[in-house]
Design a protein around this ligand. Structure first.
Ligand SMILES: Nc1nc2c(c(=O)[nH]1)N[C@H]1C(S)=C(S)[C@@H](COP(=O)(O)O)O[C@H]1N2
Ligand SMILES: [Mo]
Length: 354
């Protein structure tokens, strides 16, 4: 379903529940809790931490059932990871696929702490014929006419990567309810939907999982009938913290003439970021930005900066674009698809120099 123009009240209803990260917060290495974006398909489940358990079952030698204290007692691992919703950029597609209408702000970076999933898989003695690992959340709803729990799967190989976590902490505190209390999956570098919140069950399978969120949702399709390509790792993107001060309604920026340091962040789940470029003339010419060292590790966004001599009064269009070490680059114009996924077209920021 698409809408030619005008955001509907239903889209507004979703947008009011699922907020983005205000882009000025790109100045922070790690996104403060409450400013990280949110995407919740159904309702936030109410969880009693005392009776909650994580069950691990299916094709294993030993089934596991662990409470929160048991998980906290296992060796812990911390990963700083940038998470982005696969639908980020959807609202700029024409015609607009009707779903959560993200512009650019469906991103955030967290310091996640938990148990390495592969430690638990080892404990459970995964059987030799296992191909896939299914993750089930506690939240239930109806989508595409199907009643379902929120479920996603990974191949056993992807699930066994060392930085894949069962996370019980975000930025040094227990997970807040909206981010999956008491436990969520964290798969660094993969689009948001992979990171199943309110995790309650992990099931080892000897065949692919074909539930709605895996087989129907999150595919790049040109028509409803297309098989399409499943989305997995995050495509490259860079965003700038908009310089100057905003107009209340249009959010267009005003700043004073002189040298302005434009700063932002860039990330790619496909390969490390190789370069960021900035344009101050609406994409006619591009200049290299300076990349800070990747101090937060492989899975976090990288800070970049660019000194702009904003000498000429008037209206200017700023833009930035990232490229990764595998040669993946941002699109100049949006690329349409049925679900409105992975639109990583370059950000444009209108500024008036006074
Ligand atoms: N159980 C469950 N997990 C979920 C979701 C959900 O609705 N239910 N939404 C997914 C989607 S689409 C995204 S983009 C991320 C958002 O994570 P956040 O809200 O912590 O930023 O969670 C994913 N995990
Ligand atoms: Mo998402």
């Amino acid at each position: 379903m698409t809408e030619e123009n005008g955001i509907s009240l239903e889209e507004l209803q979703l947008a009011a529940r699922n907020h983005g990260m205000p882009l000025e917060v790109l100045r922070e290495d790690v996104t403060p809790i409450g400013l990280h974006y949110l995407l919740i398909h159904y309702d936030i489940p109410q969880v009693d931490a005392d009776t909650w358990r994580l069950d691990l079952d299916g094709r294993v030698g030993t089934e596991l059932s662990l409470d929160l204290d048991a998980l906290r007692g296992l060796p812990a691992r911390e990963v700083v990871a940038t998470m982005e919703c696969a639908g980020n950029g959807r609202a700029r597609l024409e015609p607009r696929p009707v779903s959560q209408p993200w512009l650019l702000e469906a991103v955030g970076t967290g310091r996640w702490r938990g148990v390495a999933l592969r430690d638990l898989l080892e404990q459970a003695q995964v059987e030799a014929d296992v191909t896939d690992v299914l993750f089930t959340g506690l939240d239930r709803g109806i989508e595409g006419g199907e009643e379902q729990l929120f479920q996603r799967s990974l191949s056993l190989a992807d699930a066994s990567e060392p930085d894949v976590l069962l996370a019980y902490e975000l930025n040094g505190v227990p997970l807040p309810p909206q981010h999956g209390f008491p436990l969520r999956l964290l798969v660094p570098g993969w689009y948001g939907m992979t990171n199943v919140k309110w995790l309650t069950r992990i099931t080892l399978l000897d065949e692919p999982f074909t539930g709605y969120q895996q087989a129907r949702g999150y595919h790049l399709r040109q028509t409803d009938e297309d098989e399409g390509e499943p989305l997995s790792r995050i495509h490259p993107r860079s965003l700038m913290a908009p310089p100057g001060i905003p107009d209340f309604m249009t959010r267009e920026r005003t700043l004073h003439a002189g040298t302005v340091t434009i700063e932002g962040r860039a990330w790619s789940g496909l390969a490390p970021v190789a370069a960021v470029e900035v344009s101050t003339d609406d994409g006619a010419t591009w200049d290299a930005a300076q990349l800070d060292p990747p101090e937060l590790g492989r899975w976090a966004w990288r800070r970049w900066s660019y000194d702009w001599n904003a000498a000429e009064p008037g209206r200017h269009v700023l833009a930035c674009r990232a490229r990764d070490e595998a040669g993946n680059a941002q699109a100049t114009e949006p690329r349409w698809n049925v679900g409105g996924y992975a639109n990583n077209a370059v950000q444009r920021v209108v500024v008036t120099v006074e």
